[in-house]
Design a protein around this ligand. Structure first.
Ligand code: ATP
Ligand code: ZN
Length: 286
């Protein structure tokens, strides 16, 4: 029987759409009309298990799933024996302490003898220990943000992305305990065949991730400015240069990293580049 790599993905919730999307960008499509718990990829030896995110590390540790996509917050909080293989660039958030907005919070000592509500007792305890804060952890299973308003807690420790939930509950963020994003985890004892499949998947993931960081750039440049313009966009090896129909001008193709992007564009314009076109790159293999 053909070996298949079993991947655990959140069944529904914040990570679902992007998890399916990144698989798709790796050329892995799900079958239509299969049940909601187990799906089979059409063009890669892979089975997809849909689970609650909190359960994913355990399934991967046990080998029921070989790999999984889950937030780092869950990986560290559940503390299972799995390998973190790669961060995936979505599901970004932070685990933070927040207190009622009218409180005078100077530093962590504010939390001494206070009650903190959270669904992340392990990560919170680690933070408290590290900072020698003696606070009481009140573990609950959800709706952490309302606990201070109803007098259940003095502070909370919860996931934040935009901060709008904190704001609408009269809270302010005072400490960031952990920055988190979705990550790929793996069982530690994969068979050789499965390791090969994982390697194949990782190769595709790298190409997708890399492509997101770069843009394809096309521009026209006067020939006497080619040297300086080429030095601004080094490209992967060097830019491609093609003569234009009118003499004295060339067309130049290359890739630029998003971090340098605006600086480079400004430099190009200053040096006489015209007709600059920027396009997204779908895959990038170096
Ligand atoms: P499940 O039913 O699978 O247990 P859940 O309600 O625990 O779902 P979601 O709210 O869907 O989980 O969040 C899944 C993950 O998305 C979080 O563990 C975290 O890694 C990430 N995430 C990103 N931004 C946020 C945010 N603002 N609040 C909560 N989680 C976020
Ligand atoms: Zn969950």
């Amino acid at each position: 029987m053909e070996t298949k790599l079993k991947i655990a993905v959140q069944k529904s919730g914040r990570l679902y759409d992007d998890s399916i999307k990144i698989l798709k960008e790796c050329g892995i499509e799900l079958q239509n009309g299969m049940n909601k718990l187990l799906n089979e990829a059409t063009n890669f030896p892979m089975q997809i298990l849909f689970l609650r995110d909190d359960d994913i590390p355990q399934y991967v540790e046990d080998g029921v799933a070989d790999i999984g996509i889950v937030g780092e917050n869950i990986i560290y909080e559940t503390n299972k024996n799995v390998s973190l293989i790669d961060r995936l660039g979505f599901g970004k958030c932070r685990l933070s302490i927040a207190v009622p907005r009218n409180e005078n919070y100077a530093d962590g000592s504010f939390l001494n003898k206070k009650r903190i509500a959270t669904t992340y007792p392990l990560l919170l305890q680690q933070f408290l220990d590290k900072n020698k804060i003696d606070a009481e952890i009140h573990e609950i299973s959800g709706s952490v943000e309302i606990t201070t308003g109803v007098g259940l807690a003095d502070a909370i420790c919860d996931l934040v992305s935009s901060g709008s939930t904190l704001f609408s509950n009269g809270l302010k963020e005072t400490e960031v305990i952990l920055n988190s994003e979705a990550a790929l985890i793996s069982n530690k004892n994969l068979s050789t065949e499965k390791q090969l499949l994982l390697k194949k998947l990782l190769f595709r993931l790298q190409a997708v991730k890399k492509a997101k960081k770069y843009k394809y750039i096309l521009l026209n440049a006067p020939d006497d400015k080619l040297d300086i313009i080429c030095s601004l966009i080094p490209g992967m090896k060097s830019p491609t240069i093609l003569p234009l129909g009118i003499s004295g001008w060339s067309s130049l193709h290359s890739v630029v990293h998003e971090d340098d992007f605006w600086n480079i564009i400004e430099g190009l314009k200053e040096n006489g580049a015209e007709g600059i076109l920027i396009a997204p790159i779908e895959k990038m293999i170096l």
